[in-house]
Design a binder for this molecule. Structure first.
Ligand SMILES: [Zn+2]
Length: 170
């Protein structure tokens, strides 16, 4: 419920434009839904790539399992862990988005996502590449939450590179 507090903190400026507020409301509903009912939550026994991730700033801990085929296409991805609403919703949305993608396409998605949450506030997200992931665009207004949103991406990159290390956002 931390996320509600975050949004309402800025409700004064959000309320200035009615249209913007409605869109934010919709985005918030999607994020809350993915936090309450995370997709792809659990262990993937047949996974061939694994990694743990840690965001010391917030305390988020993630484990990611990924299954790729011989051509390097991501067949399945699951996650487990303890974290704030943003870290869980982000991992849920990411695992949905990465299935069926090649590792190269995953990297393109990662770059677009990273740009979306770290670019200046006026920069537009690449909706064509990001699709549903754009619901997390608002995170960039809350710098302390950016690492929560990006933790799962770093963890997946570490897993796909078969690095035997914990992905850390610091
Ligand atoms: Zn967090």
């Amino acid at each position: 419920m931390l996320y509600f507090a975050l949004w309402t903190k800025h409700s004064g400026c959000l309320l200035k434009g009615g249209g913007v507020f409605d869109l934010r409301d919709l985005y918030q509903q999607v994020i809350v839904d993915h936090n309450k009912n995370p997709r792809n939550y659990g262990i993937l026994a047949e996974a061939n790539h694994h990694a743990d991730g840690h965001n010391p700033l917030c305390g988020d801990q993630l484990h990611i399992d990924i299954l790729t085929d011989d051509e390097g296409k991501i067949i399945d991805a699951r996650f487990e862990g303890e974290g704030c609403a943003i870290s869980v919703a982000s991992a849920s949305l990411m695992t949905e988005a990465m299935k069926g993608k090649s590792v190269a396409e995953f990297e393109t998605l990662f770059d677009a996502f990273q740009h979306m949450v770290t670019a200046d506030l006026d920069a537009m997200a690449n909706e064509e590449v990001l699709g549903k992931l754009t619901v997390l665009a608002g995170v960039k207004e809350f710098p302390s939450r950016i690492k929560c949103a990006i933790l799962c991406w770093h963890t997946s990159r570490t897993a796909l590179a078969d690095k035997k290390e914990v992905a850390v956002t610091e």
